[in-house]
Write a new protein. Structure first.
Lengths: 184, 157
């Protein structure tokens, strides 16, 4: 009887080892990489070409003239000049819409685009022209601002170039910068 | 035969051979759990990224945008009893960046998912592990860098 009891005790110990408690606990590393940066490359600068510009007067019914370049990659500048009473903009040579290439974004994702605020194209010594930028997708898919499978998107830059009131413009190059903000 | 005298030695042998002795089993990371590369531009509310254990297309809820999909973790568990269904639990630390100590914002890892895991005749099993990453919704921004978390896999018999 004594021997039998000892055998039972040994079996109970084996069962306890095999069914109770933690068998394995090990630690590993999980990773994630955040990339919130969307790269914007200006492949073609926006140019209003060569213009003849005459300033108006603040007392005019229409004191300013405005040249508008569409933000869809077209440059139908002839039909997009709004002349003032005395202020005039006459196109001498062609307008070139700006082109921005977006990369590094998520694939097939809608991108929110904001251009602005209103800025100026300055002359080194003379008065400035007002410029309100507008940025959009291509004319073939107007309004489409969704990246492709590679996370890329082509945007076009246009905007409105306006004379200021009661100024006399002089010859020269007028230049400035504008802001474009992209977000998911 | 002196059974009473040999019993302590038998028990010692059983302890040394037991899976819980720390020597009989092993775990090997065949593929780390990765949430890939993504944009997380907003943290005003909680957004989620789910990685599935079968590596099907990751799923997002809210404003997380996948740039490069992540992968499920794969861990080889060996030296366990044969043909045994494993009771597995997984926990994780908050996911933080180590490259830039100025970044305080972290991700939360939870909702670990894995299929029923059973050892084969040799006492080996492959644990395929998916999980959900969540933004905190605290309003703080996430910087563009790598984030890491420690995950602990516990197997009970």
């Amino acid at each position: 009887m004594k021997i039998k009891n000892l055998k039972l005790t040994a079996i109970a110990a084996v069962v306890g080892l095999a069914t109770g408690g933690t068998v394995l606990a090990d630690t590993f590393t999980a990773t994630a990489t955040v990339s919130n940066v969307i790269t914007v490359t200006e492949t073609t600068p926006l140019s209003f070409g060569t213009l003849s510009v005459i300033g108006g007067d603040v007392n005019d019914v229409a004191p300013t003239a405005t040249l508008t370049v569409p933000n869809d990659g077209t440059a139908d500048q002839i039909n997009n000049v709004s002349q003032g009473t005395n202020a005039k903009i006459t196109i001498i040579s062609g307008v070139t819409p700006g082109v921005l290439q977006i990369s590094g974004a998520a694939a097939d994702s809608a991108i929110s685009i904001a251009a602005g605020p209103k800025t100026t194209l300055a002359h080194p010594t003379g008065p400035a022209l007002d410029f309100t930028p507008e940025v959009g997708g291509p004319a073939a898919a107007f309004g489409a601002t969704t990246t492709d499978a590679a996370g890329e998107l082509t945007l076009y830059v246009g905007g409105a170039l306006s004379t200021q009131e009661t100024v006399t413009y002089i010859d020269g190059t007028y230049s400035g910068t504008y802001e474009v903000t992209l977000s998911y | 035969m002196d059974i009473k005298g040999s019993l302590p030695y038998a028990l010692l042998a059983l302890l040394l051979l037991s899976p819980s002795s720390g020597k009989a089993w092993s775990s090997t990371e065949e593929e780390p759990l990765s949430f890939g590369i993504f944009a997380a531009p907003d943290n005003s509310s909680v957004h989620k990224l789910r990685i599935f254990y079968d590596n099907s297309l990751p799923d997002t809820v809210g404003q997380i945008y996948i740039l490069e999909p992540g992968r499920a973790g794969r861990y080889r568990l060996s030296g366990l009893p044969a043909n045994r269904s494993l009771n597995i639990t997984v926990t994780a630390t908050p996911m933080r960046t180590v490259a830039n100590p100025l970044v305080n914002e972290e991700f939360v890892l939870d909702s670990f998912i894995y299929p029923p895991t059973i050892t084969d005749a040799t006492g080996s099993a492959l644990l395929e592990l998916g999980a959900t990453l969540s933004t905190t919704g605290s309003g703080s921004s996430y910087q563009s860098t790598q984030y890491r978390a420690s995950i602990t896999i516990t197997v009970n018999l």
